[in-house]
Design a protein around this ligand. Sequence first.
Ligand code: UDX
Ligand code: UDX
Ligand code: ADP
Length: 466
Amino acid sequence: MKIKSICCIGAGYVGGPTMAVIAQKCPHIKVTVVDVNASRVASWNAKDLTQLPVFEPGLDEVVKEARGRNLFFSTAIEQAIDQADMIFISVNTPTKTYGKGKGMAADLKYIELCARQIAKVAKQDKIVVEKSTLPVRTAEAIKNILNNTGNGVQFQILSNPEFLAEGTAVQDLLNPDRVLIGGDTTKEGQGAIQALVDIYAHWVPQDRILTTNVWSSELSKLTANAFLAQRVSSINAMSAICEQSGADVNEVAKAIGMDSRIGSKFLKTSVGFGGSCFQKDILNLVYIAKSYGLNEVADYWEQVILINEHQKNRFSDKIVSTLYNTVSGKKITFLGWAFKKDTNDSRESAAIKVADNLLNELAHLTVYDPKVTEERIYGDLEYLNSRSEEENRELLTVGKDPYEACKDAHAIAVLTEWDEFTTYDWEQIYESMNKPAFVFDGRGILDTESLEAIGFTCYTIGKGSK
Ligand code: UDX
Ligand code: UDX
Ligand code: ADP
């Protein structure tokens, strides 16, 4: 089957960039990205490309080339489903906040809504592709809904998990380590797989396009994220030992990373991993393991999350204990709120928990982040429900200028590794601060020696005192 028209349901961090790249690389395919959120769709259609709802380096260029040619953003969901040969489901699958599996299982209500809508609208055979990260055997549920509520048309369900990382989404999409496509072993299933392989083959070498059965594909996505998160928790666990023992975690990471069996990537210690995927996917894995009665397996993976929580608490505790055991009424400036650099996304960012802990101690926080909006920062705190909206706004302000944000602060805490933080005039910042002036580097990006020469007292995560 040759695909002429694609619809993607969900214009978020995954759906938007992925479809933009498919449209750029396959000008003969019409790609329509639909979303229930009309303001998000309007932002994707904004003339001013700095207003796109997702900030990703290089994304504006891709959108500029394809939008209006064969890439469209729309709220006309049913029309787009009806016209498409292939439908990607790229809606959010947050952790459940209610009922059975609360706080652990993935909430599939948006996926189910999509499946029902597709079943209702479709009049011709279609290929449905799961793009969102999903628990194993979700494809079966989607298939059931499609086959039992539809108009008798044939559906093939594929799993095609997305491995892009935010901040490097466009590069990851253009040059992926691999593309994974899972489908039925039947002739029809293999035909559907081939149709999707043909799309990616426009720019991805064939030997990097991997095909498996549906369940392997679904589970591989959860496994990849669990292994990546585990590496971060492992190095973060070592960071605590380094601080106590006088070792330097960067030296340790380098030394172990040179072992080709371990590898050098993803060994950067931090104040804790964030992002929409790691925690959610591990909780999901834990839930799946428990549901199979594999309690020891569940406990093993749960530790990855527990260490991550510990790392965030350890950082805020360090700030409080260093500032003479009280931060009440003291101004502490956060440099960074995003869960990593080069993104405006703050979902599950370590900054949120660190801020919440310090606000419990009645600190006065000022946050400066180059990309995350004020609305989002307050939204992140309000979601925790730790105190009233008014209190959050009283205790935390959002700065527009980093120098202004640092003025009169007792301490600066680096929560995100934005490059620009290393280029600041730190002497000027020092002059404007309360003394003694402290810097807590939760990302290990600042040059401690030159800061100490200026007069700062520095703490760097994972660095023991000599
Ligand atoms: C290990 C370290 O590899 C080596 O660097 C260190 O100096 C000493 O300890 P060794 O114990 O000799 O070396 O063998 P290794 O190949 O690491 O295997 C250890 C165990 O892990 C074996 O029982 C092996 O069967 C098992 N293993 C290894 C697996 O089960 N799966 C794997 O993928 C790798
Ligand atoms: C992740 C996976 O990398 C990606 O393949 C998957 O599709 C989605 O989830 P993402 O969450 O966008 O991507 O970013 P990633 O670069 O993996 O970083 C996740 C978190 O781990 C960030 O908070 C980052 O700061 C932290 N991290 C990462 C570290 O603390 N140390 C590291 O060495 C790497
Ligand atoms: P991700 O990081 O997985 O891309 P996002 O939250 O950024 O997640 O994006 C998911 C998008 O899916 C949101 O813009 C949301 O409005 C949209 N969405 C959720 N459910 C539906 C639905 N039933 N129909 C259309 N769009 C939906």
